[in-house]
Write a protein that binds this ligand. Structure first.
Ligand SMILES: [Zn+2]
Length: 376
């Protein structure tokens, strides 16, 4: 009898506790939902870590080409062995389809790309990639293919398939943002889109498919070009750092250069492990500047609670930048007079769930000379 009483008292207590706990859970859920509606226009479900891709960018694999855009065959071989041991190499088409359909990618997915269509990709990189059975993508300039000894021929391009996929790097490697004399913005956009579409058509004729992937020469793009590309069904690839998520801007996906000073495996490892930072409400929106302009601040909000914003760090030219944080809204003080060339602000913050992995976001700036030209 006494035992029954005790049991009943415990049952009542347990019931009360459960009720409290459930109430708390519902309140938390309600808060989370309300918070996400106000915080962002991004789909939070898309910002989970499994939908994450890192794209590497190479140019030359050779000891005889410019150091800043080259890795030696030995270093390339070391990179590939490291990738084979620690990462999942994914075909770029497969990765893009999965990201756009919000399907999971294997953890630590990495895609390999080359710009410029150099013959040393076939001579020095292809055998190593073939050994590992790693698919890869080469962005080529169809007007230059066959035309110089350093470039692949269409015959060789055929031989490299299906391991290699070929895509667009413009017809002739122009600086896309340059306006020719007396050209208005509409004429400029028509001209550069003609160049891109012509290149795409030649690739379709010569290799038999048209991916509609464009790697911007020198990584240079602006908002107008990006939007036009998206409206014509293209995906753009830049050279700003960062990983790719389902929520990323497919008009200018980030890639990590892996040659020259970036070839060191210790620093490359942090990038290979990086996560796409879910950034929203970025201001300024555009990336094109004239040398008379200055940038006072960069603002954005970060919309995933896994990003440990208390440990956010932003860098510009090796210097740490000051920033203000109000909830998830960040204002970075830049105060910089723009100079001709390519510059970028990088921000990183650790993941709460994967403390050794960093969210990464990069804002590039492309500035013309006073004559309106862009530097190589
Ligand atoms: Zn290039």
């Amino acid at each position: 009898m006494k035992n029954n009483m005790i049991l009943r008292t415990w049952a009542t207590k347990l019931h009360k506790h459960l009720h409290k706990a459930l109430g708390l859970i519902f309140t938390m859920l309600a808060l989370t939902t309300t918070g996400s509606i106000h915080a962002t226009t991004l789909d939070l479900k898309k910002s989970i870590n499994i939908n994450n891709l890192v794209i590497l960018q190479y140019h030359h694999v050779s000891t005889e080409t410019p150091k800043s855009t080259s890795v030696s065959p030995k270093v390339f071989s070391e990179h590939m062995a490291f990738l084979a041991a620690n990462y999942h190499i994914i075909d770029l088409a497969d990765a893009i389809t999965k990201l756009q359909n919000n399907q999971s990618l294997p953890n630590k997915s990495v895609a390999i790309t080359f710009d410029d269509g150099y013959i040393n990709i076939l001579e020095n990189a292809h055998p190593i990639l073939k050994k590992h059975n790693f698919p890869y993508t080469v962005f080529i300039n169809p007007a230059i293919i066959n035309e110089s000894r350093s470039q692949l021929t269409w015959q060789q391009i055929k031989q490299m398939q299906p391991l290699a996929t070929f895509a667009n790097h413009t017809l002739d490697h122009v600086h896309l943002l340059t306006n020719t004399a007396n050209e208005n913005n509409k004429q400029w956009l028509t001209r550069v889109m003609n160049n891109i579409n012509q290149a795409e058509q030649i690739i379709a004729e010569k290799v038999g498919y048209s991916k509609k992937w464009l790697a911007f020469p020198y990584g240079e793009y602006n908002t107008a070009l990006k939007q036009q590309l998206l409206s014509e069904g293209y995906i753009g690839f830049g050279q700003q750092s960062g990983a790719v998520g389902a929520f990323s801007d497919f008009g200018a996906l980030p890639r990590y250069p892996a040659a020259g000073v970036y070839a060191n495996l210790d620093s490359l490892k942090t990038k290979l492990d990086s996560l796409a930072m879910p950034v929203n409400d970025l201001i300024p929106v555009d990336t094109q500047y004239s040398p008379t302009q200055s940038l006072s601040e960069l603002t954005f909000s970060v919309v995933d609670k896994d990003v440990r914003l208390t440990a956010l760090a932003c860098y510009f030219k090796g210097q740490k930048l000051e920033f203000k944080k109000v909830k998830n809204a960040i204002t970075v003080s830049v105060n910089h007079q723009l100079t001709p060339g390519r510059e970028r602000i990088n921000c990183t913050a650790p993941s709460n769930g994967f403390p050794s992995r960093y969210y990464w976001f990069s804002y590039p700036m492309f500035t013309a000379t006073s004559k309106g030209e862009y530097l190589d």
